[in-house]
Design a protein around this ligand. Structure first.
Ligand code: PLP
Length: 447
């Protein structure tokens, strides 16, 4: 532990936890038994009471290079001392352009234009707006409908929760965007429980898109948005051939396909993006998280050349897209992103993920047969363990697993009764084994 972390550890718990209204948190439970993090390095957090906790979820699916990656830390420090801020409206700084070019090179197909945001939620709302505006500027403004999917998570903006399909994220917030519909989800334990990798069964579920398109009329539909694999709803993998089928239906009807790669991007499946992994190229792609390794907030929306070009008409002094953020292409975020891309490349982390995936799969599926486990799923360095819900108390069993794991020095994430695991791509085999040992103890200890 270095001096700064040791000093932070000595701070202990603040006297008053009340004022901070914590996001996506059971505030009262937390404040009664706080879990404070004061430092992080590599695969481990340091807690306020001086314990080391292994991070099995890469922060929130973002710290793919591991915590405190030295190049990233140094790049942020140097950038802050050189150019702290510059506007991105009618102005620019060189590193933003370099970054966009690097990202375009990394992206699949002709996704070669990049719009910067500050989060996944902003990336999603940006992509939805670009899709709507694209049709409008081409004289096809009757295409106003957006289609998402049940159990989809696309952040928390009004656009994202409208196309998203997690009920609790929607039902408190009024009538949301008009003109949105949802395909059925692909989660099916009856056919696919304990599948290793993507399930064989279920490609036909993509035909639900054709049904919805025909219901509304193909020329009213602007875009379809899906996560290549659903993360926040508890790791739901696309059946073999499913994404190809979505692509075909979109092509048939002139509908834009948006992949939300906020968690699948930057190596999670062993390729730069999930589009590479599944060999399906969307028209727009949303990213964030691993873009900067989580060190500075940043998101990026990738658009195909044809989409960008469609806007580049009219008088040259006129703004082509009335959209952007004060912090789009923030210099500190650009510095962090450049350094994250360097780290991915120099440490070969995407390939490392691919190489580690078979060990991950075997270790994870070794938990089959333990109490309450009704499914285990995996792909790349992603895994999920689904537990039988306790009658009348949905989500409680998995939440208890989260607390027990934390007490035993392991940070996992739960959603409903599903445990999700997505370690930093630097994870070692021995750490995977340690993770599974701890999880086995936790599962045996659950009521
Ligand atoms: N889209 C997906 C697929 C996500 O998983 C997330 C966050 O987990 C988001 C969007 C929202 O990202 P943020 O929390 O950065 O707004």
């Amino acid at each position: 532990m270095d001096d700064a972390v040791a000093a932070a550890t000595r701070q202990g718990v603040p006297n008053d936890l009340e004022a901070f209204w914590m996001p996506f948190t059971a505030n009262r439970q937390f404040k009664a038994a706080p879990r404070l993090i004061v430092g992080a390095d590599g695969m481990y957090y340091t807690t306020h009471d001086g314990r080391q906790v292994m991070d099995a979820v890469a922060g929130l699916w973002c710290v793919n290079c591991g915590h405190g990656a030295p190049r990233i830390t140094k790049a942020i420090q140097a950038q802050a001392a050189t150019l702290d801020y510059s506007p991105a409206f009618q102005m620019g700084h060189p590193r933003a352009f370099d970054l966009a070019s690097r990202l375009a090179d990394l992206a699949p197909g002709d996704l070669d234009h990049v719009f910067f945001t500050n989060s996944g939620s902003e990336s999603v709302d940006t992509a939805l707006k670009i899709a709507l505006a694209y049709h409008k500027v081409r004289g096809d403004g009757g295409r106003t409908r957006l289609i998402g999917r049940e159990k989809g998570y696309h952040g928390v903006g009004f656009g994202g929760i409208s196309v998203g399909g997690i009920v609790n994220n929607r039902k408190f917030f009024g009538s949301l965007l008009a003109g949105v519909d949802h395909m059925r989800h692909t989660h099916d334990l009856e056919h696919n429980a304990f599948t290793r990798g993507v399930p064989e069964w279920g490609a036909h579920l993509a035909d639900d898109l054709e049904r919805i398109v025909q219901l509304h009329g193909p020329d009213t539909v602007a875009a379809v948005i899906v996560e290549p694999f659903a993360g926040s709803a508890g790791v739901i993998l696309p059946p073999k051939g499913y994404l190809q089928r979505l692509r075909e239906i979109c092509d048939r009807h002139g509908i834009l396909l948006i992949f939300d790669e906020v968690i699948s991007g930057f190596g999670r499946l062993g390729t730069p993006f999930a589009g590479h992994y599944f060999d399906v190229i969307p028209d727009l792609m949303t990213t964030a998280k691993g873009l900067t390794n989580g060190a500075v907030p940043m998101g990026a929306v990738f658009a195909r050349k044809e989409i960008y070009d469609a806007f580049m008409h009219g008088p040259e002094h006129v703004i082509e897209l009335f959209h952007g953020y004060t912090y789009s292409a923030h210099p500190l975020a650009c510095a962090a992103a450049h350094a994250a891309l360097d780290t991915y490349a120099e440490e070969g982390l995407f390939q490392r993920c691919a190489d580690m995936a078979p060990h991950w799969e075997d270790a994870l599926h070794g938990l089959k047969g333990l109490p309450h486990v009704i499914d285990i799923r995996n792909l790349g360095l992603v895994g999920a363990i689904e537990l039988e819900p306790r009658p009348g108390e949905p989500g409680k069993r998995a939440f208890e697993a989260f607390l027990k794991a934390y007490d035993r020095g392991l940070m996992i994430r739960t959603t409903g009764d599903i445990i999700a695991l997505t370690p930093p791509l630097i994870v070692e085999k021995a750490e995977i084994d340690q993770m599974m040992e701890t999880l086995a103890e936790v599962l045996k200890d659950l009521a």
